[in-house]
Design a protein around this ligand. Structure first.
Ligand code: ZN
Length: 99
């Protein structure tokens, strides 16, 4: 009876040990795989907006002053023509600086 009782117990232990080791192996495999995926996704997510931002900055710098805009001679900001207060010897002054 004792041997009959021990036999299935040993089998259970062996099974559980095997399954635990299998789980551990699967877990480490899975976790390392997900980490690699996350890193790749994070790198992609980081690069795309960065490229868009630099493109916007470039387009803003390259854009020429519009015909209906002027650069104030006092604050050096580009204002719409409607904000022009007066012209002082060819220098355009915005209404904010004239006030
Ligand atoms: Zn101004």
């Amino acid at each position: 009876m004792a041997t009959d009782y021990d036999a299935p117990r040993k089998n259970e232990e062996d099974l559980s040990e095997d399954s635990i080791e299998e789980l551990k192996a699967r877990r480490s495999e899975k976790s390392s795989a997900t980490v690699d995926e996350d890193e790749a996704e994070a790198a992609e997510g980081f690069e795309l907006p960065g490229a868009d931002l630099s493109g916007e900055e470039l387009s803003v710098r390259v854009l020429p002053r519009q015909a209906d805009e002027f650069t104030c001679a006092k604050c050096f900001l580009v204002h719409h023509r409607s904000q022009l207060a007066y012209e002082d010897g060819g220098q355009l002054v915005c209404s904010e600086c004239a006030a």
